[in-house]
Design a protein around this ligand. Structure first.
Ligand code: DP6
Length: 393
C-alpha cells in the first residue's frame, strides 16, 4: 500500500486571468500573477492511497463520495500525470493499482474563494508525490483542473504564462519570488455579508471572450505592461507600485465584466464602499498602503504590509462598525491588535458617518505563504485500509 497526504492553499491574483483561448485545455488569453496564501489559515488537504487490492478508483470530497470519471477536468489531470509516470518511473506496476482519493478543504463557503484552485493544486501535487514525481513540472497538469490552480503549485509570487502553442505545452506557471523574499506581505479577506448567487468563472469567461470589446485591448496593451511593472515591484519590494497595479487590475477586470454582453456584476455596494474607503485611507497616508482586489464575487482581498495591519483594521472597524467586532470569531487567523480611534483621528480622516454597518461577516487575516507541503502519514484522511476517516452521514 502506497499513500501520500499533502496540503495546498488558494492564491489571490494581482494580474487577473479572465478569458480562455482554448476551453478544453484551459489556455488563457493573457498572463496572470498571484500571491499564494499561507496554508496555516486556508488550505485544501488530500490523501491518496494506491493498492493492488482496491477494485475501483474512488473519491470522497468533504466527506461525500463523488464519481471521478464523470469529471473531465479531474480525469484529464489523472491521465496526464499517469502519462508522465509512464515515461519516468522505472517500476510502473503502481500505475495499475486503483486509487482511493480523499479531499477536504477548510474554506468557509462564504469566503467566496475559489476552492478549486487549492483543491486541484493539492490533488495534482499529492498524486505526483505518491508516484515520486513531485519535482516534475506540475503546473501544466494542475491547469487542466482549473486555470488558477496552476499558480497554487508554487508558494510566494507566481506568474502563469499564457503561452502561444496550440497544445498548451508552454502555458505553465513559474515562481517570481518565494514568500521568504517578502515575508511582510499580508492579506485580509473581508467576507461581505450579503453574498448573492453569481455567474461562475467558466461561464463568465466564455461570455467575456465572446462579447467584450475591451478584452482584446486589455490583453494586447494593458496586461503586458502590468506584468512587467508588478514583477519589478515584487522583486524590489516596492509596495506602492505593487498596490496601485493590483487595484487597477481589479478595476479593469470588473470593467471587462461590465463590458460583457449581457454584463456580469460581481462587486456589490459594500465592495464599492471598501474600494472607496481604501482610496481614502491611501490618500490620507500620502501613498498606497493597502490594495484591494476583487475576484468573481463581492468579497474584498486586501494586500498590505504586516506593519500596516493594526492601523488599517482599526480604521476599518471605525468606518465599518460591526456588532460582533469584539468577538474573537470576527477577526480570524493571525491575531490583530485593534485600537479604537479617537475623535481627532476620525475627524481628520474626513469621512464623517460610518460607511456601512455590519458589512462584513468576518475578516480573515493571513499572509503570502510557501506553497504545497507533504504531511506525515499520521495526518492522512484515509484509514490504513483505504477508507475515509470522516464520512458525512
Ligand atoms: C477571477 O481558475 O476559477 O479568480 O479555469 O474556468 O476553472 P477556470 O477558472 P478559475 O478562474 C479564476 C478567475 C479569477 C482571476 C484569477 O484568479 O486570476
Amino acid at each position: 500500500m502506497l499513500t501520500a497526504t499533502c496540503k495546498a492553499a488558494p492564491n489571490i491574483a494581482v494580474v487577473k486571468y479572465w478569458g480562455k483561448r482554448d476551453e478544453q485545455l484551459i489556455l488563457p488569453v493573457n498572463d496572470s500573477i498571484s500571491g499564494t496564501l499561507s496554508t496555516d489559515e486556508l488550505s485544501a488537504k488530500t490523501s491518496i492511497t494506491a493498492d493492488p487490492t482496491f477494485t475501483e478508483d474512488k473519491m470522497w470530497l468533504n466527506g461525500t463520495e463523488v464519481t471521478i470519471w464523470d469529471n473531465d477536468r479531474l480525469k484529464n489531470c489523472i491521465e496526464y500525470l499517469k502519462k508522465i509516470a509512464q515515461e519516468k518511473l522505472a517500476d510502473k506496476s503502481i500505475l495499475n493499482y486503483k486509487l482511493h482519493i480523499c479531499s477536504e478543504n477548510d474554506f468557509p463557503t462564504a469566503a467566496g474563494l475559489a476552492s478549486s484552485a487549492a483543491g486541484y493544486a493539492c490533488f495534482v501535487y499529492t498524486l505526483a508525490t505518491l508516484y515520486g514525481l513531485e519535482n516534475e513540472e506540475l503546473t501544466g497538469i494542475a491547469r487542466l483542473g482549473s486555470g488558477s490552480a496552476c499558480r497554487s503549485i508554487y508558494g510566494g509570487f507566481v506568474q502563469w504564462k499564457s503561452g502561444e502553442l496550440a497544445d498548451g505545452s508552454d502555458s505553465i506557471a513559474v515562481q517570481i519570488a518565494p514568500a521568504s523574499h517578502w515575508p511582510e506581505m499580508h492579506v485580509l479577506i473581508l467576507v461581505v455579508s450579503d453574498e448573492r448567487k453569481k455567474v461562475g468563472s467558466t461561464v463568465g469567461m466564455r461570455l467575456a471572450t465572446e462579447t467584450s470589446e475591451l478584452l482584446n485591448y486589455r490583453r494586447n496593451h494593458c496586461v503586458p505592461k502590468h506584468v512587467e511593472e508588478i514583477t519589478r515591484a515584487i522583486l524590489n519590494r516596492d509596495f506602492p507600485t505593487f498596490g496601485e497595479i493590483t487595484m487597477r487590475e481589479s478595476n479593469q477586470f470588473h470593467a471587462i465584466c461590465l463590458d460583457t454582453y449581457p454584463p456580469m456584476i460581481y462587486m456589490n455596494d459594500q465592495s464599492h464602499c471598501v474600494s472607496h474607503f481604501i482610496h481614502k485611507y491611501n490618500e490620507k497616508a500620502g501613498e498606497v498602503k493597502a490594495a484591494y482586489t476583487f475576484d468573481a464575487g463581492a468579497n474584498a482581498c486586501v494586500y498590505l504590509l504586516e506593519s500596516e495591519v493594526a492601523k488599517f483594521v482599526s480604521y476599518l472597524n471605525a468606518y465599518f462598525p460591526n456588532n460582533i467586532a469584539t468577538n474573537d470569531e470576527y477577526i480570524r487567523g493571525i491575531p490583530v491588535q485593534v485600537n479604537s480611534l479617537n475623535e481627532s483621528e476620525i475627524q481628520s480622516f474626513g469621512v464623517v458617518a460610518p460607511l456601512a454597518k455590519n458589512a462584513f461577516k468576518y475578516i480573515i487575516h493571513t499572509k503570502v505563504g510557501e506553497g504545497p507541503q507533504r504531511l506525515d502519514d499520521s495526518e492522512s484522511l484515509l484509514t490504513s485500509d483505504g477508507n475515509p476517516k470522516n464520512l458525512k452521514s
